[in-house]
Ligand binder design. Structure first.
Ligand code: PMP
Length: 456
C-alpha cells in the first residue's frame, strides 16, 4: 500500500487475516474502514457517508448505533458482566431471553440452547441431532442433507452442510461420509423449460426422496434449509416446495432444521420465514437480528420431544457435553432482550409489512432493465440478477466480474450492496424509511449505468 503507513488501512493490511477476503488484494489496496454508524448509514475514515443496503451482513436490523441498546449493555456490564450456564448455573438475562424467544418462536419450539454465531448454532444443532439419535438407539442415523448453494456457516460441520464451493475448496470439506447435498430450489434457473413452480417443486421433492433412499434412510438424520436462501443468491422457494419436502422428511424420520439466521425477526414480512412459507420445523437456528447485530448471540430451538430425549440421555451420561463459555452471555442476552422489546414496541412485523411493498415496487421497477435477469423479493430482502442480455438471460462470463463491478460503482456513489456472483442482494435495516428506499434505488440505477458503460 502506498497510503500513509500509519493510516488505519495500512495498519489493517499489515496485521489482519480478513474473513471472506482476498488477502493479497487487501494487502495491496487496503480495506474500506468504517468508523461510525447512524440509522441506515455508515461513515468511513475519510468521512464519506454510505447508505447500507445490506444491513451489514443481513443483520443490523435496527441500524448501526442505538442508545437504548448501548444502555442495556452498559447496565448489564455494571450489574453482572459475566456468568455462565455450566454445571447448573444461570443468570437472569438468559432466562428472560429464553422466555421471550420461545414466546414468539415458530410453533412447537419448546427449548432453547444459546451460542454466539449462526455457525455455532448450526454446529450445535447437528450435535444435538446426533446426541438425540444416539439416545434413541439410532447411532447410524447421522448424515445431514444440505442444499447446493445453501449457507449455514463456516465452523467445520456448518461449512460441511453449506453447499457453496468456496466454503469447501481449500479446506478439504465437506467432512467425508456425513454430509450430502440436494438441489437448490431455484425455479428461475433450475426448472425445465415450461415447468411450473409446482411441478418443479414436485420434482425436487422426488429427488430428495431418491437421495435419502439411496443413502439409506436409517443413516439420514436431518435436512437443513434456509426458508429463503441468502448467501446462495437470495433464492426464493418455488410455490409448494416446503409443503412437498416436509412429507418426504417425515416419511423417512429425517428432522427438518430451519436456518432462520437471516430470515428470522421480520425479514420476510412475518416473524419467521417458517411462517411466511408455512414450514413446520423440528429445530430452528437464529442469530443476527436476535440482538440487532449489536452483540454476538445465536440460538437453537427444538421441539419438546427432541429436548426430552436429549435430557434423558444427559441423565444417563451425567451431563450434556456441549456448550460455549459464552453460551447465553449476559451482556449479549441483555442486548437481545432489549432488542425484542424494541421489536414489540415498534410492531416490527407490521412495520415491515407496511414498508416492504414500496421496497418491492422500487426493485421490480428494474425488471425490464437491459442488464436485468431475475428480479425477486420477499419482505425486505431482494435480488437483482445481472445478465449480459436481458432478452435471452445470457449470463456474463465469470471473468467479467459483473456483480463486483456493479457493487464497486454503487460504493463509489455511497451505497453498500453485496454481489453474490452476479446476483446483487438487497437487505436493508428493517428501520429503513420510504425516502431511504428511494435513495437506495435511485443510486442503484446510476450505478447500473456506470457498470453498463464498463461491461458492455
Ligand atoms: N446461516 C445463515 C442462513 C447465514 O446467512 C449465516 C451468515 N450469513 C450463518 C448461518 C452463519 O452465521 P455466522 O456468520 O454468525 O456464523
Amino acid at each position: 500500500m502506498t497510503a500513509n503507513p500509519n493510516s488505519l488501512g495500512a495498519r489493517d493490511a499489515a496485521t489482519l487475516l480478513h474473513p471472506y477476503t482476498n488477502a493479497l488484494e487487501n494487502e495491496a489496496l487496503g480495506p474500506l474502514v468504517i468508523t461510525q454508524g447512524k440509522g441506515c448509514y455508515v461513515y468511513d475514515d475519510a468521512g464519506k457517508k454510505y447508505l447500507e443496503g445490506m444491513a451489514g451482513l443481513w443483520c443490523a436490523s435496527l441500524g448501526f448505533s442505538n442508545e437504548r441498546l448501548a444502555q442495556a449493555a452498559a447496565d448489564q456490564i455494571r450489574r453482572l458482566s459475566f456468568f455462565h450456564g455450566f454445571n447448573r448455573k444461570s443468570h437472569e438475562p438468559q432466562i428472560e431471553l429464553a422466555e421471550r424467544l420461545l414466546a414468539i418462536a415458530p410453533e412447537r419450539m419448546s427449548r432453547v440452547f444459546f451460542a454466539n454465531s449462526g455457525s455455532e448454532a448450526a454446529d450445535s444443532a447437528i450435535k444435538i441431532i446426533w446426541y438425540y439419535n444416539i439416545a434413541r438407539g439410532k447411532p447410524e442415523k447421522k448424515k445431514i442433507v444440505g442444499r447446493v448453494r445453501g449457507y449455514h456457516g463456516v465452523t467445520v460441520a456448518a461449512a460441511s452442510v453449506t453447499g457453496q464451493p468456496h466454503n469447501h475448496a481449500g479446506f478439504g470439506l465437506p467432512l467425508p461420509g456425513l454430509f450430502v447435498h440436494t438441489d437448490a430450489a431455484h425455479h428461475a434457473r433450475g426448472a425445465e423449460p415450461g415447468e411450473s413452480e409446482e411441478d418443479y417443486a414436485t420434482r425436487l421433492a422426488q429427488k430428495l426422496d431418491a437421495l435419502i433412499r439411496a443413502e439409506g434412510p436409517d443413516t439420514v438424520a436431518a435436512f437443513f434449509a434456509e426458508p429463503v436462501m441468502g448467501a446462495g443468491g437470495v433464492l426464493l422457494p418455488p410455490r409448494t416446495y416446503f409443503q412437498k419436502i416436509m412429507p418426504v422428511l417425515k416419511q423417512h424420520d429425517v428432522l427438518l432444521v430451519a436456518d432462520e439466521v437471516i430470515t428470522g425477526f421480520g425479514r420476510t414480512g412475518s416473524m419467521w420465514g417458517c411462517e411466511t412459507y408455512a414450514i413446520q420445523p423440528d429445530m430452528v437456528t437464529c442469530a443476527k437480528a436476535l440482538s440487532a447485530a449489536m452483540a454476538p448471540i445465536s440460538a437453537v430451538m427444538m421441539r419438546e420431544e427432541i429436548y426430552r430425549t436429549v435430557a434423558r440421555q444427559t441423565g444417563q451420561l451425567g451431563t450434556f457435553g456441549h456448550g460455549f463459555t459464552y453460551s447465553g452471555h449476559p451482556v449479549s442476552a441483555a442486548v437481545a432482550i432489549e432488542t425484542l422489546k424494541i421489536y414489540e414496541e415498534m410492531d416490527l412485523v407490521g412495520r415491515v409489512r407496511e414498508i416492504a411493498p414500496h421496497f418491492q415496487e422500487r426493485l421490480a421497477g428494474f425488471r425490464d432493465h437491459p442488464l436485468a435477469g431475475e428480479v425477486a423479493s420477499i419482505g425486505l430482502m431482494g435480488v437483482f440478477e445481472m445478465v449480459r442480455d436481458h432478452s435471452t438471460r445470457e449470463s456474463f462470463a465469470p471473468a467479467a466480474k459483473a456483480g463486483l463491478t456493479l457493487v464497486d460503482k454503487a460504493q463509489e456513489r455511497g451505497l453498500i450492496l453485496r454481489a453474490l456472483g452476479d446476483r446483487i442482494a438487497f437487505c436493508p435495516p428493517l428501520i429503513i424509511e420510504r425516502a431511504e428506499i428511494d435513495a437506495m434505488f435511485d443510486t442503484f440505477a446510476l450505478a447500473l449505468e456506470d457498470a453498463r458503460r464498463v461491461l458492455i
